[in-house]
Design a protein around this ligand. Sequence first.
Ligand SMILES: *Cc1c(COP(=O)(O)O)cnc(C)c1O
Length: 393
Amino acid sequence: MSEFIPFAVPDVGEAEIAAVVETMRSGWLTTGPNAAALEREFVAALAPDGADVERWHAVAVNSATAGLHLALEALGIGPGDEVIVPTWTFTATAEVVRYLGATPVIVDVRPDTLNIDFDAAAAVVTARTKAIMPVHFAGLPVPRGVMADFAAAHDIRVVEDAAHAHPVRSEGVSVGLGESDAVVFSFYATKTMTSGEGGMVVSSNAELTARMATMRLHGISRDVFDRYTSTAPSWHYEVVAPGFKYNLTDVAAAMARVQLTRSAPMWERRSAIAAYYDEVLADLPLRLPARPSDPGTDHAWHLYTLRLSGDGRMGRDEFIHRMSAAGIGCSVHFIPLHHHPYWRAFRGTNAPTLPVADREFTSVVSIPIFSAMTDAQVERVGATVRAVLGGGS
Ligand SMILES: *Cc1c(COP(=O)(O)O)cnc(C)c1O
């Protein structure tokens, strides 16, 4: 039998390995010159024509979860506050709200994109609502204008969970450089660029960024890099708040810097795989992933999520079982938050049922799409989906 094709494999090459080794030899392992360079380069990569780079600040962190937490903390979210979160996401999006003692209000998603449904969100807004956290599911951006209009209409803050959405544009502007208060990216091992574990927060709000930079390292008012390189006495620092330990190591940052230079070709590879799947799976009893509806919007293709047809021919679990038996790893994105025991109680009181998520959950399955896939692997995944669903070859 042919080799197993895992659901996701990081695309790490010799250049990443060399950069990590060089950093290990440099004597500087923790947050330092590589992390600082990554912050500058990340913003520059989002603004390729150099437009307005100075307006944007990036804060490197050791996970997107940390970044989401820092962003809400810096916005002053706390006990008594409510934050609207879509049910179609990873638990990290909602858990950071609980870290701060605030209440996530979990709402339904749109059936086409599985992104947050703003009508459902509007129905749960109360005087306590302070923020909304749109998630760009699979890498298909929530429209920038819709997010900004919603925030303005309800006078609330926006923290984008962009863990799936690098490097793409929403309505002509890079995700990260829109109107939101903060945008959070993930460099987790399976994400579209990786440092093993890591993340980045991007914001145009200097005050917010300063708070995040302080809180990322113990609430110390100058970060380690400054502490060891500035002319002030190297032993001196001030603790201004009970901060966290969320800084990105230079070993991880060295890897991320190389990945960042490869993010365009890695994205092109995933886009080509998605185009191939769209074509080879078009006549099967399933729904293909939603495409961007506007020419200035891209899809990052972090995930390629099918919806098996409801005609009863084959259940989702049986499909995954047969794919696995044929040597192909699949996954489910996501188990809706409100299906988990802990989150069940956090549905909005005006929206006790989340019918779209409940319905779509029974049919979703994600098939492998990662930039290191070979053509042979891509073709085998396509052919196996066809064989399992009885589409012939
Ligand atoms: C991966 C992921 C996160 C968490 O990212 P980490 O870097 O692992 O903390 C948050 N939200 C979504 C939607 C994710 O897929």
